[in-house]
Design a protein around this ligand. Structure first.
Ligand SMILES: CC(C)(COP(=O)(O)OP(=O)(O)OC[C@H]1O[C@@H](n2cnc3c(N)ncnc32)[C@H](O)[C@@H]1OP(=O)(O)O)[C@@H](O)C(=O)NCCC(=O)NCCS
Length: 192
């Protein structure tokens, strides 16, 4: 009986895919060094008129109306642009954030979640993402924020390196698998 059970288990393992989701946090009370401002780029808070361009860079995963409502509820988006348009942005929320069907991140007062950060690929690897993230952290801290949470799949190398460089620490690892590569199973906490 054991070989049969082992064969079934082996087959099930082969037919499942797993992703590892990392949750990181940054104590905003620790020193923040955004680095030098990139030449030729202007930094400012996003307004309603920027939302279409921001949405386009994300591949229109959300409704622009939904993003506008989020800004009205207190989300902030810091961006970098030049005369040719939007070059980078970082979006932060201060409200509980639903990450997946199974998982809503609860944010205490003073804690925020970095929803997304993006740098135009033509400008990647020049410290712009780190500068934008550091500037956002400093702005949130100056408005009373204590902690920033962020999250990413473990194979998003550029994002992970940028976060670690800017003082984030991994606080949780979640592993989610899909049986038959389709059906999700509830995520499991892993040892850090
Ligand atoms: C993640 C992202 C914002 C980084 O922006 P960036 O301006 O390239 O970042 P920086 O130049 O400040 O580099 C930060 C770190 O990432 C590394 N990095 C940058 N591009 C990289 C790449 N393509 N591959 C591997 N590492 C990379 C840098 O070497 C640096 O690490 P180091 O200090 O250990 O050398 C950008 O790559 C991006 O927009 N990616 C697509 C969207 C995304 O994944 N967003 C994050 C969602 S959580």
């Amino acid at each position: 009986m054991a070989p049969f059970r082992d064969a079934i288990r082996h087959l099930a393992e082969k037919m499942q895919t797993c992703d590892e989701w990392l949750e990181l946090s940054r104590d905003l009370g620790e020193p923040i060094f955004p680095g030098a401002a990139p030449e030729g780029l202007r930094m400012r808070w996003a307004e309603k008129s920027d939302l279409f361009a921001i949405n386009a860079l994300q591949g229109f995963v959300k409704e622009t109306d939904f993003m506008e409502a989020a800004l009205q509820k207190g989300d902030r988006c810091l961006l970098l642009d030049d005369p040719d348009g939007l070059r980078a942005f970082a979006w932060v929320t201060f409200r509980d954030f639903r990450l997946a069907l199974w998982y809503t991140l609860t944010l205490d007062s003073g804690t925020c979640y970095l929803v997304y950060i993006y740098v135009h690929p033509a400008l990647g690897g020049r410290g712009i993402g780190s500068f934008l993230l550091g500037s956002l952290m400093a702005a949130v801290r100056d408005q009373g924020g204590r902690e920033m949470i962020s999250g990413m799949y473990s194979d998003w190398e550029a994002s992970l390196r940028m976060h670690l460089r800017m003082g984030f620490r991994i606080r949780r690892r979640l592993r989610q698998c899909r049986v038959l590569q389709i059906f999700p199973t509830p995520p499991k906490d892993m040892e850090i």
